[in-house]
Design a protein around this ligand. Structure first.
Ligand SMILES: Cc1cc2nc3c(=O)[nH]c(=O)nc-3n(C[C@H](O)[C@H](O)[C@H](O)COP(=O)(O)OP(=O)(O)OC[C@H]3O[C@@H](n4cnc5c(N)ncnc54)[C@H](O)[C@@H]3O)c2cc1C
Length: 283
């Protein structure tokens, strides 16, 4: 496992908070914001989920203490969704409350489709109390997402739009990549036109170009949206977008439970194992 960690470090900012702080400072120096994610999912012990919620609260303190330009992202199955909705909600509530105290923000990541509705329900429950401090993620590969985007727009909720990272059956998600991409572009345009500060989360350069073009044609000011990418992926493009004066945020995952995240990044791209090896020493 330690051999694998050497490679995972291309995508994960180490196993400790110090690693995440260091990575965030380097990003902030390039005018790139961060969203910090403590790695972990499908936690089944109540004690562990509650302790991970405490870790997030401490992380918000650390962000404040170091003056980092960063918010946090979390997964509900890490906060005990498999234990029960009520239990999970109480953990997330503590974190969102702390974020509200600091005028910061919690992004609720979206997981596999078995959790989509429960994630949205819990999110809207939080959102009612803290509309400025919590946002959701919608995945363009799901058929249901068009309606979910309209609901979020109607509510004024902040959405991160991504393609989706889980293996889904064709009954719920577009099996073909071109359909996932077409759905992404359609939903992205809706969010850019009518959404509340959407996060355009993709490394797909063709789609990013379409975002720029659409925003320009429709006079959508650059401060009304942000681009988001993952730590270690297309660092060149991340830096360029920020230098060109657009809002750019990098998702910075860290922590001991890095394997499932790393595995998804590997599976996403056939060339990735090679990619990691070739690029690791390039910096
Ligand atoms: C900020 C952020 C947050 C996310 N949050 C979630 C979430 O909450 N739920 C969820 O299901 N998914 C999430 N994702 C993951 C997302 O759903 C996709 O799985 C991932 O972003 C790859 O899709 P893409 O849009 O980059 O397009 P793709 O078509 O997969 O890739 C486009 C190009 O990007 C580059 N690229 C993409 N992935 C990799 C990789 N792993 N390694 C190297 N290069 C790569 C390649 O150049 C590729 O050609 C998030 C992604 C981002 C950027």
């Amino acid at each position: 496992m330690s051999f694998l960690l050497i490679f995972a470090k291309r995508f994960v900012a180490g196993e400790t908070t110090d690693g995440a702080v260091e990575a965030t400072k380097a990003l902030n120096a390039q005018k790139v914001r961060a969203t910090l994610d403590i790695l972990g999912e499908n936690v089944e012990s109540e004690a562990q989920a509650a302790s991970l919620a405490d870790d997030y609260i401490r992380l918000l303190d650390v962000i404040k203490e170091h003056g980092l330009d960063a918010n946090v992202s979390l997964k509900l199955t890490m906060m005990g969704l498999d234990v029960g909705d009520r239990f999970c909600r109480d953990n997330v509530e503590r974190i969102v409350q702390k974020a509200a105290e600091y005028d910061n923000f919690v992004r609720v990541d979206m997981e596999g489709s078995a959790y989509t509705q429960r994630t949205l329900d819990l999110f809207y429950d939080m959102y009612k109390a803290h509309p400025n401090n919590v946002g959701i993620v919608i995945q363009s590969y799901l058929y249901r997402s068009e309606k979910d985007i309209e609901d979020a727009i109607a509510a004024g909720a902040r959405v991160r739009l991504c393609k989706g990272a889980y293996k889904e059956p064709k009954e719920v998600a577009f099996p073909e990549k071109e359909d996932v991409n077409a759905s992404y572009v359609k939903l992205m345009k809706r969010l850019l036109s009518a959404g509340n500060y959407p996060g355009i989360a993709t490394h797909d350069e063709a789609i990013i170009e379409q975002a720029f073009a659409f925003a320009k044609e429709n006079n959508i000011a650059p401060d009304r949206y942000e681009f988001q990418m993952l730590f270690g992926i297309r660092r060149d493009l991340q830096a360029k977008i920020a230098q060109d004066g657009f809002n750019m945020r990098t998702y910075v995952p860290f922590g001991k439970a890095w394997f499932p995240y790393f595995y998804r990044r590997m599976r996403e791209r056939k060339e990735n194992v090679l990619f990691v090896m070739k690029n690791y020493f390039k910096g």
